[in-house]
Design a protein around this ligand. Structure first.
Ligand code: HEM
Length: 148
């Protein structure tokens, strides 16, 4: 936060609109300070977000799904509905392609290009439901997920 010219004690409300450049600048500086790659930072973020933050803030959404498949398949609709009343929100949208019963490709439709964060979040969903998912980025807009 300091490297990015921000107050480390700054509080952000979930309804507040922070511009993407500011956030990505913090992420970039975090990678430099901790000497980690962007995918490593995105994995840590995804794990924290799904397993610590979301159960407190979005408990009703987490309870609605009983496994990782249900949770991931609900995400297109959840992002569309949850951001309807948020000014300036441009939520990611998802298409789902089943390659077979256990292999899903999530197509990520967003102008932000945060595919590494999608990978981290999907891994976090796997851990939340205690499932061994294999998650691979196969293109800048595609993540392949193997369910056991
Ligand atoms: C409780 C469930 C969830 C809720 C309520 C939720 C809500 C949101 C909201 C409000 C945003 C900000 C959108 C904006 O400012 O334009 C966002 C961003 C995002 N969400 Fe979720 N989310 C949830 C779970 C997930 C999960 C499980 C994934 C991945 C599988 C995911 C993937 C993303 C990504 C990649 C973004 C970044 C925005 C972008 O790339 O355009 N979310 N989400």
């Amino acid at each position: 936060m300091t490297q990015s010219g921000l107050n480390p004690k700054m509080h952000v409300l979930s309804t507040q609109d922070i511009d993407d450049t500011t956030v990505l600048n913090v992420v970039g500086n975090l990678c430099k300070v901790l000497n980690i790659t962007l995918p490593q930072a995105a994995d840590a973020f995804g794990d924290y977000w799904v397993n610590e933050y979301a159960p407190k803030i979005y408990a009703s959404f987490m309870r609605r799904a009983t496994n990782a498949k249900e949770m991931l398949l609900a995400m297109d609709n959840v992002h569309e509905t949850v951001t309807k009343s948020v000014p300036n929100a441009r939520p990611p949208r998802f298409d789902y392609i089943w390659e077979n019963d256990n292999t899903l490709v999530m197509v990520y439709k967003s102008h932000r290009g945060l595919i590494d964060f999608l990978v981290g979040l999907v891994k976090g969903v796997g851990r939340y439901y205690n499932e061994n998912l294999r998650v691979m980025k196969i293109a800048d807009d595609r993540v392949k997920i193997y369910f056991e």
